[in-house]
Design a protein around this ligand. Sequence first.
Ligand code: EPU
Length: 423
Amino acid sequence: MRGEVEISGAKNAAVAIIPAALMVNGVCRIENMPQISDTEMLLTILSHLGSKIRYINKSTVEIDSTSVNFSDAPFNLMRKIRASYYLIGAMLGRFGIAKTTMPGGCNFGARPIDQHIKGMEALGANVEVRNGFVYAEANDGRLHGARIYLDKVSVGATMNIILAAVLAQGRTIIENAAREPHIVDLANFLNSMGADIRGAGTDTVKVNGVESLHGGSYSIIPDQIEAGTYMVAAAATCGDVMVKNVIPKHLECITAKLRETGTIVQEYEDCVIVKGTSFVRRANIKTLPYPGFPTDMQPQMAVLLTQANGTSVITEGIYDNRYKYVNELRKMGACIDVDGRVAIIEGGTALTGAPVAACDLRAGAAMVIAGLCAIGRTEIEDVKYIERGYENFVEKLRALGADITAVNLPDMPENQENVNQAG
Ligand code: EPU
């Protein structure tokens, strides 16, 4: 692959910022909004709740939630995405009451939301999970600040508690908080609308509650994982790709690991140039919370390591079961053994095209990279839902010289469940 690719706004920031806009009295103008179905679903949910949504151009959207009232949201949409859990914090902040479904999302084993609930309860909400729904209500109409120690470093719980605490009375302190760039982005968005959040990006976040939030303009950071995916695709295809509109600091862990494999990565102010080598060196990876190597890049890196000069070991540090895609890669000739959270990848395997399935969002991206490296033709089921997290994936890859086509097949009943696999 050769050429330039422009990275879109960060999915995992956008999916928290849209619910955050529900708490704002006034117009939020949000730039660099990725056009992916996760964000579209959340905007639809907000619109059902009474927010006025207006697209200024393809990546700029205005949300005006001034006149929203508490009402039932479209539960069928909430169930389809992981990020619907942010509506618990945002609705509690805005209305003092929330009703949502339990979140959907990629199936990587159990993905509980106990830390979110613990946080809401500490802030003074009564939370009940019943028949697949989450009901939450502030005991006396408004939440109150509290000190919360997260038992697990959780991106979702950190952001959800920030959301709930912004309009609470008094000060909230979140300890053992996650430190991902999208947490800083959510805090920056809320602060630009009048919130008082300090320490986002460290493991202690302090939120001083304010009476209300006002409108404003904000631009979402570039997507770290989308950028990393193109970087790995360039490395795996022995390509030469300029990945534009990135924050190289956010990519450091991916850059470092790619360099270990012998890939050349040149960093500039807002872009990186990645040059692959035909001699990929083996590497070991352990996925960890930020600033460690991101679990959302694990399947893509596994594909690159199938091309390495030796055996590599991946240890998944976040999820119990994020190796379902390995069966699909084996159909293409990959030699990978999985034992619990550890995958042992034998390098130097020539991949060959085969019909495979995208098991989830990032696994889907990994199958595309495998297809680009493979000899022959690879057919991947459900490219459509890969695009839930990658804006114009097929178009961007084609512009880099990839021979890839999205084929629209008629909706088949057995595919309906796949909508439950984003984030
Ligand atoms: N966990 C708990 N209890 C909780 C929350 C989390 O036990 O209350 C556990 C999880 O089961 C997991 C670990 O803690 O083992 C970390 O989960 P985290 O809460 O950080 O993940 P998440 O908020 O559910 C977000 C992203 C994921 C990304 C993870 C980790 C969104 C919508 N999703 O999920 O993104 O893998 O953080 O970085 O932001 C993706 O984009 O493909 C994706 C899966």
